[in-house]
Design a protein around this ligand. Sequence first.
Ligand SMILES: Cc1cc2nc3c(=O)[nH]c(=O)nc-3n(C[C@H](O)[C@H](O)[C@H](O)COP(=O)(O)OP(=O)(O)OC[C@H]3O[C@@H](n4cnc5c(N)ncnc54)[C@H](O)[C@@H]3O)c2cc1C
Length: 123
Amino acid sequence: MVGDAAGFVDPFSGEGIKYAFISAKLAAERVVESYENDEFSKHALDSYKRVCYNSFGENLKYSLRLTRLMYKYPNIFFRLLSSNKIVLDKWLEVPAGEMGYKEYIRWLTLRVPYFMLKTLFPF
Ligand SMILES: Cc1cc2nc3c(=O)[nH]c(=O)nc-3n(C[C@H](O)[C@H](O)[C@H](O)COP(=O)(O)OP(=O)(O)OC[C@H]3O[C@@H](n4cnc5c(N)ncnc54)[C@H](O)[C@@H]3O)c2cc1C
């Protein structure tokens, strides 16, 4: 399964077109490889899952972690994003493919205390 049917959607942004294209290409490559080698075992077909994970799966995993945090603390996230342009600007590097969610979470975690203080006590 590919795209939405495989659950390949960025839970934070709702972006799924890119993952539908990438996973469809990887699935097609796997099918061609299976035909060429006459190899349709579970192990051979499982390599599709592995290449998907290596290509974008980890990024979606971290996106889910960030999304869960956001829904757990919506007020904090709302204030953080609406009061600090840099937090949103930095996130835009993720869909632009310049940064992954793992890196973004690390970047954000280190700065949350500063941004929250700045939000609560503007100076
Ligand atoms: C409101 C909305 C806004 C979105 N905005 C964005 C965005 O800005 N950027 C982004 O990256 N993603 C966005 N997404 C997500 C994105 O649309 C999907 O992740 C992406 O289209 C998934 O592609 P897909 O090929 O897996 O599925 P789909 O695009 O849904 O294609 C599946 C196709 O299969 C057809 N189909 C279903 N059942 C059958 C059947 N039995 N027989 C034959 N055909 C069938 C359907 O009619 C459909 O055409 C948005 C989604 C929604 C709902």
